[in-house]
Design a protein around this ligand. Structure first.
Ligand code: BG6
Length: 253
């Protein structure tokens, strides 16, 4: 509303929406990075709460941003009976920021069930093909594929590769391929092309077209290039970001 017009964030939203081709929401810059992140989480939690309907299936990724969203979400008095599933298994995150943990938290706040994918990262291709036909796992993967809403984070290729304990030689290869952004295991170059993907069970980028609302949440100036690489009308419908990232992205284009 008024504050956004005053600060010019409404104008920023319009400009960025034009660049990326998706609906954009920008939270105003906070006094420091941590407070901006909390505000991003709070706004996103509210946005998601308003969007979900009874019995919706929500798929989520991991990450510190999504963990903040789950934390900032206010428990609903009138429970919604949703199903919350991790978008992809494993990905080598610590338990606090794993998609599983975030799915459980969000389901508890909105009311409903969560489903967990206990699958390690970087499995051999034939192990993966065996796992995905296991009935209990297939059930969860089917739920994720039929999600009404997908909420995911975006990271820089550098940070995500390190967090996932990629070897130095693999990180070097990623750099050579020009990877700048990452989103649920996919690494993108500046042109938005996929240059590498983590072997993991779960949603594929090609599954995203069938999901009604795909929402990317990422902020911070350092993520500008990553957001520009990973977010477009090809995959997402909505981007929720902050003023710092938005300004930087517009400087890059
Ligand atoms: C991962 C998600 O868990 O978190 C990725 O699978 C995302 O999609 C990443 O890029 C973002 O992490 P953070 O901590 O920057 O929110």
């Amino acid at each position: 509303g008024y504050i956004k017009e005053l600060r010019g964030t409404k104008d920023l939203e319009r400009k960025l929406a034009k660049v990326l081709g998706v609906e954009v929401h920008i939270v105003p810059q906070g006094p420091n990075y941590n407070q901006s992140k909390c505000e991003l989480g709070r706004f996103s939690a509210e946005f998601l709460t308003e969007l979900v309907g009874p019995k919706d299936i929500i798929a989520v990724t991991g990450g510190t941003t999504l963990a903040t969203v789950a934390k900032m979400m206010t428990p609903l008095k009138k429970k919604l009976d949703v199903n919350v599933v991790p978008g992809r298994g494993g990905l080598g995150e610590q338990v606090e920021i794993q998609a599983n943990t975030i799915a459980a938290k969000i389901a508890n706040k909105l009311g409903g069930e969560y489903h967990l994918l206990h699958i390690p990262d970087n499995l051999k291709a034939d192990t993966i093909s065996q796992l995905v036909i296991e009935p209990s796992i297939k059930h969860i993967l089917d739920l994720a594929k039929s999600a009404d809403i997908l909420v995911h984070g975006v990271g820089t290729a550098q940070v995500m590769a390190k967090r996932r304990k990629m070897s130095t030689s693999k990180i070097k290869k990623l750099e050579e391929k020009g990877a700048v952004g990452e989103s649920f295991g996919y690494y993108f170059n500046q042109a938005g092309q996929i240059v590498y993907s983590t072997a993991s069970v779960g949603l594929k980028l090609s599954d995203l077209v069938k999901i009604k609302k795909v929402i990317a949440i990422a902020g911070g100036e350092y993520k500008a290039e990553a957001i520009l690489a990973a977010v477009s009308d090809k995959y997402q419908d909505v981007l929720i970001t902050d003023e710092e990232a938005a300004n930087k992205i517009l400087n890059l284009v």
